[in-house]
Every structure is written in C-alpha cells, then in structure tokens.
Design a protein around this ligand. Structure first.
Ligand code: TRP
Length: 333
C-alpha cells in the first residue's frame, strides 16, 4: 500500500481492486461480500483476463463450482485485446458457516461498445434463455445511448437458485425510469423503487452524476422472465459527505426493519476517519426485489488508496448536489 496502484481498477473510485458489501435480508440475515479484480504483478488488459481465468481454475480445484454456464459463454466475453474498463471481475460471498460462494462478472464491452448487445443476446441464447434479451431491452434499454450494458454475471454455485444476471447503467435517469425498469418483474411492487430513490438520494429528480444501475436475474426455468429486479444507487454522488449518506441509509434500514446498528458496525469495521471528511465510503446502496423476498445491500469502500478523489466529487456548492462530475459528463456524451 506504500506504492501507487498498479492498475486503475474501476472496482473502487481510488483504484483499490476490492470493494466490500453487506447484503441484508429482510429476515435479518447478513452476508459479507467482496467484489474483486484479479491483478497480476504487471497488469494489462490481456494479462488481467488471463489472471481471472487462472483464478477460476484454482478455485475449481478447491471448491465445488458449477462451471457449465461459464464454459458455454466464456469465449464471448474474452478477447486477445480486451477493451473497456475490465474483462472479468469476481465476487466472493461469505456465510457465517460453509464454503464461500463465487460469482463472475463479464464485461459486455470487452469487444467494444458496438458488440455489447450482440454478445449479451447470444449469451442468453446459449444459456437457454432466448427471450431474455428482448425482455430486458423493452424495460431498460429504451432510452438509446444513455442506457449501457455494464455487467453480465453468473453465479458459480450449484443450486437451482444459481443466477444469470444482467446489469444496465442508466445515465441521466429519473426515478420513474427505474420504476419502469422494475415493472419487468411480475408480482413485485415497482413503487418501492421510487421510495428508495427518494430516501437515499434526497428527492434528486434526475441522476446526473454516476448512473443508476438496473439489474435482472434469471434462474433455471425462468426462460424469458426475470425473477428479480435490483436497483443500485451510487449514493456518493448525491450527498455532501458520508454523514449525509449514513443518515439516509439509516432511514432506509429503519423503514425495512433492519437493525440500524448494523450500519455503524460495518462503518467502524473499515474506517475511523471522520464521516464529514469525504463522500464515497458508502459507495452504492441497492434494493433487491423478488416476488417473495426483498433485501438491501450496502457497498463500502476500503479507501485503501485514499478514497474517492476530490476531482471526482460533486462540487459542494452545487444547489442540489447532483451536478455531473466532468469525467462522467464525457462518458455520457
Ligand atoms: N466502481 C464502479 C462503479 O461505481 C463499479 C462498481 C463497483 C459498481 N461496485 C458497484 C457498480 C456496485 C454498481 C454497483 O460504477
């Protein structure tokens, strides 16, 4: 940690290649997760992908992974000259007992942005979910260039609940856009999405900083209809600092009957810095909606390389704290 980062990992704002999150189930259960990018000693797009493939091999030697889905789509999400911000990421999901679970995230942009829709459609077809792409497209890809295919993910555990998941970044979205995206899933209440946005983003009318991300999960037998919708809200761009972020997350946890003390436990596990010193410790908050189950996940930066740099911060003087930061403005246009 005394050296600068070896690679500008996009996992966290300060290039740390890991990010913590805690998954809260509405029934009180909690899971720790770590999102991570595998980095070799001399990183680069192609060798990072190789390191990720090697990690799969070594995990498969130690754990009982289900790799059929991975094998049927891996060539789509690989390239000799990977493009975009990453090729494959992982998440490690820990339970109080039992072996960890693993998830792999592919980058639909790995062969360039133009190829992304084709790759995702083909991946769903190979996985026996031929109509999934059209469903997602109807609900979350209707706004043209401001909706981006961001991650295509697979659970690697052997279970009927093992998911195929697609994430879409929705730039310059309004809460109603997310509410519409949620309406793709039957028997959930899309109105919860609007409430979530209002509590966590302080009634921000339009998300001009980092984008809202919508995701859909498909499990075996779902064919074309997703069985879950989740919304990820990059709270760090819509608050003055982590004092405000903490207050809003607390309000949300209270509404969902999740013990609010969990949040301070989580914060003190990663930092003792004053919360008013910066924003970005609380990076995202997500809401998971399934017909019989809901949950919340809080994403916490390790800030190992110093946390969200000031240049990426929303100017404090902006009236509603939602002015796009310049890097993102370029990304949108
Ligand atoms: N840091 C990236 C971002 O904020 C990727 C990322 C990390 C992310 N964790 C996330 C995106 C959780 C959505 C949700 O976009």
């Amino acid at each position: 940690m005394s050296e600068p980062p070896l690679w500008p990992s996009d996992v966290a704002d300060d290039a740390t290649p890991i990010e913590f999150s805690i998954q809260f189930e509405d029934d009180g259960a909690r899971h720790l997760r770590i999102l991570a990018e595998t980095l070799p000693a001399h990183p680069g797009p192609a060798v990072n992908l190789q390191a990720a493939e090697d990690l799969i091999d070594s995990l498969a030697g130690r754990y009982d992974l289900s790799l059929d889905r991975l094998h049927s789509v891996r060539d789509l999400f690989s390239s000799a000259e990977p493009q975009g911000k990453f090729s494959w990421w992982f998440s490690f999901i820990f339970d109080a007992d039992g072996a960890p679970k693993f998830k792999v995230y592919f980058n639909p942009q790995v062969r360039g942005a133009d190829e992304a829709p084709h790759l995702v459609r083909e991946a769903f077809e190979r996985l026996g979910m031929p109509g999934a792409y059209d469903t997602v497209s109807k609900y979350a890809l209707q706004r043209g260039e401001v909706d981006h295919l961001t991650f295509f993910a697979l659970d690697l555990d052997r279970s009927p609940q093992s998911r195929v998941k697609l994430y879409i970044s929705q730039y310059a979205a309004q809460p109603t856009d997310a509410e519409f995206a949620a309406s793709a899933v039957r028997d959930i209440d899309p109105g919860q999405v609007r409430e979530f946005c209002s509590v966590l983003a302080g009634d921000t009318p339009i998300f001009l900083g980092r984008p809202l991300v919508s995701s859909y999960s498909f499990v075996e037998g779902d064919l074309d209809e997703p069985s879950n919708y989740s919304l990820y809200l990059p709270i760090r761009d819509y608050v003055r600092d982590d004092v405000v972020a903490r207050d809003r997350v607390l309000a949300h946890l209270r509404q969902r009957d999740i013990p609010p003390a969990f949040l301070d436990e989580l914060i003190s596990a990663v930092t003792d810095r004053p919360l008013e010193a910066n924003a970005g410790l609380l990076a995202h908050v997500s809401l998971r909606l399934s017909p019989n189950r809901t949950g919340t996940t809080v994403y916490v930066s390790s800030e190992a390389y110093g946390g969200t740099p000031p240049a990426q911060r929303v100017p404090r003087s902006s009236p509603n704290h939602s002015t796009p930061y310049s890097a993102n403005r370029t990304a949108i246009l």
